[in-house]
Design a protein around this ligand. Structure first.
Ligand code: ATP
Ligand code: MG
Length: 876
């Protein structure tokens, strides 16, 4: 395989000098491709002939004109029209030089051949008359234009003009270009100007051997006036022969080759084509080898870009622009390591090429320069080649036809190493890992650049690299927390519990066993001061967890990408949209997944399911609260609470209880419904108002309080009876002051009737010491001790046994320790024992635990624990 670079070096292909210069200086004179009939005299005629490809239609026209001029046969009027654009002016200039530079023309081999065919000794002598609408004087009517006026001097009629033409004495060749440019400047005068042009054309037709060649104005601007003008010009058309100077698809490759290369060795072209065939056959692809040879050193697919794809865009200047681009591509390809200059070899780092190929005006596709700078320029080598080819093929109006599939991509690149699948993989990886705009059309397998950022893919890709979603989940829970209101503390994986609020503890996503989790956190043990205030919320199904996690990851990804694309407005807009979608998804997934509750009720762990009516923050919060209320676990609305029952429980057998103590009980006892502190305060207010309980301060004697405002700290809740007694007492009491001492006594007496009676009883009551012991500190051994403590504490809590206490004795090799604790510290004792057991597990320590209780309470505990452990009993 000989690369293009090597072919240049060994001279089998040679660039034209101007391209060679462009390769060195980087500058290319665009005037090279501006063919201007009025300036034809200034051209280097030899070079012009050199650079002209005598394509079939041009050759046919040349023959017809020669015949007409030499023999008067054939058509006299020719109109040049292009389908794809390109070649009209070039043709006129060719004809101009043909007659103006006859000796040169006669010496050119391609023309000598034609002249021989036409049996002509040389190009006939003829007068050439040029009208170039671009340079014509717009203040003069057509018939007064300098080159034209003499044909109208003998009169403006067709016959007069024909006579004037014949009077020249030799054939006259009229070359008319850019009529539209002239007529447009003539305002309403154009009607008569056009009439004179027609007269001239018709007059030429009446002559013996003169000829009239004009270009047809093409209606690009679509303005009303122009339309009429073009329609009028068609009048000439009827009598004329229409010529297309070139066949767009076929001729362009040859024209380009001629314009850009001085020499292309035919053998070299053939060999390169054979090589291409071998490359394609290796993959089992069919190939048009002849086409490769025709286009060499251009890759047929590069030519196709211009003739079949760019040509579709109105604003692409067809042949001219294509030549400018190709010349620059060649100037940049001097050391190309491949035989063909293909669509992957366009150097988008070159300013002119990049600007032209990203022009929004030409291609009517948004973000092209963005696509090139983000997705293509950073890539190197093979990847860069593949992306560049895909890019050129993405410049097409219809989205479904943009880009290349793996077969065509392989053909575009003809890689020496690697298969079509390798290429496909490379592109797919790029889409997955880096590309912002590259996309795969799943319907037809084409890879193409899209004007919109392939943002979903980008987010997904970013999300795949995210590991931990905890922070994000914390935020989500915070958001839900707001919806629950001030009565509720909702947090993810929080070890902290607040007795005054309902604590919704959401388990981390990876937790599979909620009970284990709760135990580890110590939420529901006897030493928990807020066992009643905790609800563990955990996911009901793994599928939901996975989806929630994925949505969280994508949300994190969106935030990360927003930072990365700071300043890129359209990207940010799309990211925001996706962020909102994700947010909704997270809310839905969260509220449909975190639907299992684990809590402590009646001294047991219970699992409940919540069923939100829809998956929104509000509905979810409502559903949780409703479930808790329905199952009589927790109330958030004081009016729904059975006040009678609640305060009955809180008072128990007692006639009064401190508000603080009552609340502490609510927070820790799982046998009463839980009320957040503020709800409790409100319930208390309602109970006082409804006369279900009384309220008093702690002065002696107690003063009744009728209106509870605030939390009620430091106050006493009174049973109905106790309240009645105080009221009676107050009514009967004489004036205050003098009776103070007495009143105290009376109070005591009154007390005996109700609450204080217990106290007297307590004093005289028999006390019992219950003892449990463990010999080896294993967890199982300590467990009965903990259970025992729990029951004793409960008994104490209900009864208000002020004299109760715990005694602990621990002994081992290093001596022994012993301590006493009041019952309100039982939780601490329990933790201490557990911690101790953990630390010295299996060692020969001995634990003796005794609880000193009032006899009736001791009896309760014994009954409850009967059969579960052996308690030593001792009256004290
Ligand atoms: N047969 C040919 N051989 C070599 N170059 C050609 C040939 N035909 C056209 N070209 C080149 O193609 C380019 C466009 O051709 P040209 O200027 O003649 O187009 P046109 O039809 O006059 O376009 P417009 O409608 O814009 O005036 C020019 O650079 C010209 O030199
Ligand atoms: Mg032109």
């Amino acid at each position: 395989m000989k690369s293009f670079g090597d072919a240049l070096k060994d001279g089998s292909v040679k660039l034209r000098d101007y391209v060679e210069r462009a390769a060195q200086t980087g500058a290319l004179d665009d005037r090279l491709f501006a063919v201007d009939l009025s300036k034809a005299d200034a051209l280097d005629a030899a070079e012009f002939f050199d650079r002209t490809e005598l394509v079939k239609n041009l050759e046919t026209l040349v023959r017809q004109v020669l015949r007409r001029v030499s023999q008067g046969s054939g058509n006299a009027v020719y109109l040049l029209d292009t389908v794809m654009g390109g070649g009209k002016s070039h043709t006129l200039v060719y004809l101009y030089l043909l007659f103006q530079k006859r000796p040169l023309a006669n010496s050119r081999p391609e023309l000598r051949e034609i002249l021989r065919d036409e049996e002509l000794g040389g190009v006939p002598d003829a007068e050439v008359v040029v009208f170039d609408g671009m340079s014509a004087d717009p203040s003069l009517p057509f018939e007064e234009q300098p080159n034209i006026a003499r044909f109208f001097e003998g009169g403006g009629g067709k016959d007069d003009v024909a006579k004037s033409i014949e009077a020249v004495g030799k054939p006259v060749v009229f070359l008319v270009d850019e009529v539209l440019a002239y007529l447009a400047k003539r305002k309403e005068m154009w009607v008569s100007d056009l009439a004179f042009i027609r007269t001239l054309a018709e007059a030429v037709a009446d002559t013996a051997n003169s000829v009239f060649v004009a270009t047809v104005p093409s209606d690009t601007s679509n303005q009303e006036g122009y339309k009429r003008l073009v329609a009028a010009f068609k009048e000439i058309k009827r009598k004329a022969e229409l010529i297309h100077p070139q066949n767009p698809g076929e001729d362009f490759a040859r024209i380009a080759r001629k314009q850009i290369f001085k020499l292309v060795d035919g053998r070299e072209a053939k060999e390169a084509a054979e090589w291409a065939r071998r490359m394609l056959e290796r993959e089992g692809y069919a190939v048009d080898e002849k086409r490769y040879a025709e286009c060499y050193p251009f890759h047929p697919m590069l030519i196709k870009v211009f003739t079949e794809r760019f040509a579709v865009f109105e604003n692409f200047q067809k042949t001219r622009e294509a030549l400018k681009l190709l010349a620059r591509m060649c100037a940049r390809s001097k050391s190309l390591p491949y035989p063909f200059i293909g669509p992957g070899d366009v150097d988008l780092d070159e300013r002119y090429l990049r600007d032209a190929l990203t022009s929004a005006n030409t291609f009517e596709i948004k973000n092209l320069s963005e696509i090139v700078s983000t997705d293509i320029l950073p890539a190197k080598d093979d990847k860069r080649r593949a992306l560049t080819a895909l890019y050129l093929y993405s410049l097409y109006p219809k989205e479904e036809q943009r880009g290349l599939d793996r077969r065509d991509l392989f053909e575009a690149l003809l890689p020496e190493n690697g298969s079509a699948s390798d290429l496909e993989r490379l592109v797919k990886d790029y889409i997955r890992q880096e590309a912002l705009y590259l996309e795969e059309n799943k319907e037809n397998g084409r890879f193409y650049f899209k004007e919109e950022v392939n943002i979903h893919a980008l987010v997904r890709r970013e999300a795949e690299n995210i590991g931990d979603v905890t922070q994000e989940l914390v935020k989500v829970v915070e958001e839900f927390s707001k919806e629950f209101g001030e009565h509720v503390s909702a947090a993810l994986d929080s070890p902290e519990v607040y007795p005054e609020k309902l604590n919704l503890v959401f388990t981390p996503l990876e937790i599979r066993n909620a009970e284990e989790y709760a135990d580890k956190r110590g939420f529901f043990g006897v030493d928990s001061r807020s066992a009643n205030a905790v609800v563990v919320v955990y996911p009901s199904e793994d599928a939901g967890v996975a989806e929630l996690e994925w949505a969280l990851k994508q949300n994190i990804a969106v935030e990360a990408l927003k930072k990365r694309f700071k300043g890129k407005k359209h990207v940010l807009e799309r990211l925001n949209e996706i962020g909102e979608e994700q947010h909704a998804e997270i809310t839905a997934k969260f509220s449909s997944t975190y639907t299992s509750l684990l809590l402590y009720k009646d001294r047991e762990k219970k699992h409940w399911r919540v069923q939100p009516r829809e998956y929104t923050l509000q509905a979810y919060a409502e559903a949780v609260k409703q479930t808790l209320a329905e199952k009589q676990k927790a109330y958030f609305d004081p009016s729904k609470v059975n006040l009678e029952l609640l305060f009955g429980r809180l008072l128990g057998e007692r006639s009064e209880v401190r508000v603080e103590d009552a609340y502490t009980n609510i927070a820790r006892s799982s046998t009463i419904p839980y009320l957040p502190r503020s709800v409790f305060t409100e319930a208390l207010r309602l109970a006082v108002e409804g006369g279900k309980v009384g309220l008093a301060d702690t002065s002696q004697p107690p003063r009744l309080i009728h209106h509870l405002s605030g939390r009620g700290d430091g106050l006493l809740i009174l049973s109905r009876e106790r309240k009645a007694v105080i009221e009676q007492e107050k009514a009967a009491a004489p004036a205050q002051g003098a009776q103070e001492a007495e009143r105290g006594e009376e109070n005591e007496a009154f007390g005996q009737q109700a609450g204080v009676k217990d106290k007297a009883e307590q004093k005289s009551a028999l006390r019992v010491k219950l003892t449990v012991s463990a010999t080896a500190l294993k967890k199982e051994d300590v467990h009965p001790a903990a259970l025992f403590l729990e029951y004793a504490e409960n008994a104490w809590r209900i009864s208000k046994d002020d004299g109760a206490f715990v005694e602990v004795k621990l002994s081992g090799y290093e001596g022994s320790a012993r301590f006493k604790a009041r019952m309100d510290k039982v939780g601490k004792v329990k933790s201490f024992i557990e911690a101790f057991a953990n630390a010295f597990e299996g060692e020969a320590h001995e634990l003796t635990l005794s609880v000193n209780l009032r006899e009736d309470l001791a009896k309760q505990v014994e009954e409850k624990l009967a059969g579960r452990m052996k308690l030593a009993r001792e009256e004290v």
